[in-house]
Design a protein around this ligand. Structure first.
Ligand SMILES: [Zn+2]
Length: 88
């Protein structure tokens, strides 16, 4: 009776609901984690004076130069950024 016709759609609805919840929760979480990892990787590269794009070692290059590997401008070293308040 009602159980026979009501059971399958409710199971399907539950599965659909779970899939929607997984999509709603995990897709933004996944995007967030990917963005965070990318930002963190760039920060780690910048902190160690490596190119933020290709991880080329830029310790021998001055800020304003371009990365010889990918052309990304060399950023200010973190030491200069930290001492921003100091005036010459
Ligand atoms: Zn590079």
């Amino acid at each position: 009776m009602g159980i026979h016709f009501g059971f399958m759609p409710s199971v399907l609805l539950s599965i659909a609901f779970v899939l929607v919840m997984v999509a709603v929760i995990f897709v933004p979480a996944w995007i967030f984690v990917q963005r965070w990892r990318k930002t963190n990787t760039r920060y780690q590269r910048w902190k160690t004076n490596h190119c933020i794009t290709c991880n080329y070692d830029l310790r021998a290059h001055k800020p304003g130069d371009k990365c010889p590997e990918c052309g990304t401008p060399v950023p200010e070293p973190h030491g200069i950024m930290l001492g921003k308040g100091d005036r010459p």
